[in-house]
Ligand binder design. Structure first.
Ligand code: PLP
Length: 360
């Protein structure tokens, strides 16, 4: 054993099979990947323009302090630049928060099922993980509050929740924040923020002044269509950000990622258009599920979760047809694609789900 023993209780992140491998395996000439909630429309064309202007700068280290990007995002959100910390994806912000805050004396509270990285980093830091089952795909905040004690350093709330797409509303979140001890940080992961349309979805940024223990995560990987650049951020009170910043690598976000993020932030028309297309795509799926009496969780994100007991079988049958989705032990998650991609997937799903031997 070379590593900390608790690391061996975990598994390295397993990405889905690359499209090229699936094409070869099944002799397909096209594969549609709807497995990782990326934007099927790519990113703003402004990103390509801006990137052309920086090719002469590749030999120079990026601005580790992300000064310009911080100003732009702070201005966009209505916070101070020193309330922001950027990471190589929101993933790295989750890692930095865990690394800076957790020890073996602490525990975290999270939902089961939720985004895998919260518990992953808690285990690496030696902290205890308390997972509270979802109720109908939704965070059970009452039970999560029950699990909080004086050693609870972080409560993770994924909102909307990945993989179920469900959300916690303003009243539920503020009641939770009122009752949680001020020594416990509540991190609300809003990776799918841009897609949300529910009017009672919490305005977390405006809650930051009131709750010093609140942290909000956002990313450029999903609606902004910049997943391969790896850039996301956390927003919180400036003192916490200053302290977490000490644990940050000197040049953790690249210059190209920063430039791409700024360009994409300035094209909100692109985002609005993608959000509209996503809404229509979501309706393609819900109309099909409603018509066929198939249960799903109502989603505020760019994916939809269907509880099934034979997720692996459905995954494999779709894969053979050239559609890659994500299988969980008790359900499947489908990323909303373009209209044509959704239509194609629905045709195959129809055949599989109406096959009486398949739906369980
Ligand atoms: C995708 C995702 C992230 C991480 O995204 P990055 O690419 O690392 O910015 C964080 N949280 C949730 C819930 C996600 O789905």
């Amino acid at each position: 054993m070379y590593v900390k023993p608790q690391i061996l209780t975990l598994q390295a992140y397993k990405p889905g099979k690359p499209s090229e491998v699936v094409m070869r395996e099944y002799g397909l000439d096209k594969v549609v990947k709807l497995a990782s909630n990326e934007n099927p429309f790519g990113c703003s064309p402004k990103v390509f323009e801006e990137l052309r202007n920086v090719v002469s700068k590749f030999a120079i280290y990026p601005d580790g302090a992300t000064e310009i990007l911080s100003e732009k995002v702070a201005n966009f959100l209505g916070v101070a630049p020193n309330q922001l910390i950027f990471g190589s994806g929101a993933d790295e912000v989750i890692q930095m928060i865990s690394r800076a805050l957790l020890t073996k004396e602490h525990n975290i509270v999270q939902a089961a099922l939720t985004f895998s990285q919260y518990s992953h980093h808690a285990v690496i830091e030696g902290a205890e993980v308390r997972s509270v089952p979802l109720v109908n795909g939704v965070h059970d905040l009452d039970e999560m509050l029950e699990q909080v004690d004086q050693n609870t350093k972080i409560v993770w709330i994924c909102n909307p929740n990945n993989p179920t797409g469900t959300y916690i509303n303003t009243r539920q979140l503020t009641a939770f924040l009122e009752n949680v001890p001020s020594s416990t940080f509540v991190v609300v992961d809003e990776a799918y923020f841009e897609y949300v349309s529910a009017s009672d979805y919490p305005k977390t940024i405006s809650l930051l002044n009131k709750y010093e223990n609140l942290v909000v995560l956002r990313t450029f990987s999903k609606a902004y269509g910049l997943a391969s650049f790896r850039i996301g951020y956390g927003v919180a009170n400036s003192k916490l950000i200053e302290e977490i910043n000490i644990a940050r690598l000197p040049f953790n976000t690249s210059m190209v990622a920063q430039v791409a993020a700024i360009a994409s932030l300035e094209d909100q028309v692109f985002i609005q258009n993608c959000v509209q297309q996503n809404k229509k795509g979501m309706e393609q799926y819900t109309a099909f599920f409603d018509a066929y009496g198939i249960e799903y969780y109502p989603s505020q994100a760019n994916f939809i979760y269907i509880p099934v007991s034979n997720s692996q079988e459905i995954f494999t049958r779709l894969e053979a047809k050239g559609y890659i989705i994500r299988a969980f032990p008790d359900g499947i998650r489908i990323t909303i694609g373009t209209a044509a991609e959704n239509e194609g997937l629905i045709l195959h799903l129809k055949a599989i789900l109406t096959d009486k031997s398949a739906i369980k």
